[in-house]
Design a protein. Structure first.
Length: 410
């Protein structure tokens, strides 16, 4: 498939970190799944907030009012990004912290003998908060199993794990380790038939595909702005009727209304300003008459561009001797995240060679997808090597990575 026209040079102009060098070579960032680089618009918004004077909320003075306005504006922008209502958007330190708080609150309604369903493909941030809550409440935990040949969840077994006792199903929209995009709607439809809630981890998906929370059937959806060109700010979107009755752990004087009741303590106001700018940056890559239309078009364009680059990598990796690629078979939908191992080298050794000899940043480890790593038997030997793309990566960078990999293997 030819690459759809995409002005990558225009995109790269917005990322000052791309000018970094290492040992005299221009850095190639292929570590996007662990966190993207931050766009200039977000950097400017953060420093602008700080330089004008920040303040806490509920004050009569201008800096306080401005901070409240920034939060309201960012709620609106995030709502357009996820196709939800602004009052359904809450901010926090990160996705994990938010998910811990949500799980703790939601589990107050669980009883011994209830069941929840977790995913073997997921990052532990959408596993352990629920697992710990289940242990506290005496709730049974069942698992959506992963096929270790196809790296996809075995959704044909949903009938075996979702029952009338199921209170919640937690599943990732895409795997941060191997890139598999899961048909969350199929899971959600079955969960909702028995009255169970669906909690979706969209952290890895948000930088790569357009998201519509209600269309995929999520009651709770979490993501993090540092994956899509912004600062370290976690985002939770909870369906309004659920959010209203959620009994969160909070200080007594803190607001009782949603979404404020989930935002314990003083928020990272400068970071929230950066989130607004990061999503605004995405929107300028798309076409449309509304912000939502521009964001959807931008994400479709990004996905098309990244998928073609990722296919170029995967196709070449399949030809290299001694290399094992961990990927769902085509035409399964995947994010541009490529996991592999090379015989005779630990993942860390290969990553060190990449950076020291070629200035290419790729990551190694299990990336908190520990259940999957254990199932395929690589958890004690360094995990995977993971190369992940962002819309600021170029064909030349991909070819440089592939050439470096061929040289290292030889």
């Amino acid at each position: 498939m030819p690459i759809k026209p995409f002005d990558v040079d225009r995109v790269r102009e917005q990322f000052p970190a791309l000018n970094r060098t290492h040992r005299g070579q221009r850095v190639v960032y292929l570590d996007g799944p662990g966190g993207s680089q931050v766009c200039q618009m977000a950097i400017d918004a953060i420093t602008g907030y700080m330089s004008r004077g920040g303040a806490n909320l509920h004050g009569a003075f201008p800096t306080s009012v401005e901070t409240e306005n920034i939060i309201a504006e960012t709620r609106y922008t995030v709502a357009q990004f996820l196709n939800v209502r602004p009052e359904e958007v809450a901010f926090g330190a990160n996705m994990t912290t938010l998910n811990m708080a949500i799980a703790r609150a939601l589990s107050r309604t669980w009883n011994a003998g209830d069941e929840i369903v977790l995913s073997e493909l997921d990052h532990r941030a959408n596993v352990d908060p629920w697992l710990l809550a289940a242990q506290d409440k005496g709730v049974t935990v069942k698992w959506l199993t992963v096929d270790t040949e196809t790296f996809q969840l075995e959704l044909h077994l949903l009938d075996d794990v979702i029952t009338e006792k199921t209170k919640l199903v937690a599943v990732g929209l895409s795997s941060n380790a191997v890139g598999t995009v899961t048909n969350v709607r199929q899971v959600a439809d079955m969960a909702h038939q028995v009255g169970a809630l669906v909690a979706v981890d969209a952290v890895h998906a948000a930088p790569h595909i357009s998201i519509d929370r209600d269309a995929i059937g999520a009651d709770i959806l979490v993501c993090s702005a540092y994956k899509f060109f912004g600062p370290h700010v976690g985002i939770a979107s909870i369906r309004a009727d659920l959010f209203e009755r959620l009994e969160v752990y909070k200080l007594n004087p803190a607001p009782v209304q949603y979404p404020d009741k989930l935002e314990t303590g003083t928020q990272n106001h400068a970071g929230v300003a950066g989130v607004n700018a990061a999503i605004s940056f995405i929107s300028i890559l798309g076409k449309g008459t509304t912000l939502r239309e521009k964001l959807v078009d931008a994400m479709m364009t990004i996905e098309h561009y990244e998928d073609n680059l990722a296919a170029r990598i995967r196709n070449e990796l399949r030809t290299l001797p001694g290399l094992t690629l961990y990927a769902a078979p085509d035409p399964a939908r995947k994010t541009p995240t490529v996991a592999f191992r090379v015989k005779g080298l630990t993942p860390r050794q290969l990553c060190e060679k990449m950076v020291e000899s070629y200035g290419i940043f790729v990551a190694d480890g299990d990336f908190y997808a520990t259940t999957l790593a254990e199932k395929i038997g690589i958890h004690t030997s360094g995990g995977w090597i993971r190369a992940g793309l962002a819309p600021y990566n170029t064909i030349d960078e991909i070819d440089a990575f592939l050439d470096a990999l061929r040289r290292i293997i030889r």
